[in-house]
Design a protein around this ligand. Sequence first.
Ligand code: DOR
Ligand code: ZN
Length: 421
Amino acid sequence: MTTYLLKGVSLLGRDRTDLLLADGRITDASTAGAEVIDADGLVALPGLVDLHTHLREPGREDAETVESGSRAAALGGYTAVCAMANTEPVADTAGVVEQVWRLGRAAGLVDVQPVGAVTVGLGGEQLAELGAMAGSAARVRIFSDDGHCVADPRVMRRALEYVKAFDGVIAQHAEEPRLTVGAQMHEGSVSVRLGLAGWPAVAEEAIVARDALLAGHVGARLHVCHVSTAGSVEILRWAKRSGVRVTAEVTPHHLLLTDASAESYDPVFKVNPPLRTAEDIAALRAALADGTIDAVATDHAPHAVEDKECEWDYARPGMLGLETALSIVYQNGGLDWDQIAERMSRTPARIAGLADHGRDPVPGAPANLTLVDPQARWRVDPTALASGSRNTPYAGMALPGRVVHTFLRGEPTVFEGKATR
Ligand code: DOR
Ligand code: ZN
């Protein structure tokens, strides 16, 4: 195992220091014989942790594989990702989550932590084998039917009761399905003008409120996926103040893009939940800064060209996120590097129960870290991304902050901006 000496890093954007990586950890042992890396001025962050990644394997390897998604993650500064369960077959058994977990180990670029489905086949009716997934080699702790809402309150209550026993968490895709039948974009003045069916804010807020009440009643942990409205933020504020064990995430795209993007009719901007208004963005940014929203999660949602580059009404919702998240948040989140570490690494690691991640790169910590050049600008070229898909809404944009090196257990997964495997 090579020992690395990172010279002159700016730890969390503050004081310059050297970091020695040996035997998978940051150490303060002797630097003799270490390979020296000039890291002058690079910002060292704990490796990023994504609570919400779609890797599409098994089933849609034409859009993404565990390996291609892992490579995209490492290039984005991530050392761990939570792989969503809406694969084909659905990750609703110990067998499937173990398969995803093993594929992640084989790729070896990030720790892939499978998310288990809440209900069989994401059908919303019958609880999946939550206990068997928790007890499997994948040690699943987050359960989600993401892509679908666990809409039946009785099923949601039972799921919360079940996972409470092992301190699991239900991550809800908050969308009251009866209020979003046929929905194509945010319901508002733009949808009216374009003649596209609306997805109203209340469809999200009704479920966030209901689930906060249920989680409080049961005393179990709830996580709200991709919060997108100002009203949801207010409900979360109330729930947290009331002692409900609730956490929440926001995506980079919901922090930046508005429903006006739909005026282009370019389906790259079609996403679920939909892009909202400038007022929603302001509320989401404030909530991220004050901790009402705990984490940034990408909702990296690769789609094959034939599923995405078609007419708006038929295009699948979702956009790539792993390779651009850090730059988008750095540019638009209004956060300093320590706050970025909090929202993109420490807190998501805690929510996911990943003890070896989300630790600041100081002696004794596992050497899971990323080094960013805050001065570098890079232009997003969809064909140059490592993801197996190219549905990024940031094509052609020049973004600040480039990941230069990423280390997983002391070994580089990204070196000088290139994936090592
Ligand atoms: O935009 C989305 N894409 N939202 C979801 O909830 C699911 C995801 C997907 O799987 O493509
Ligand atoms: Zn979702």
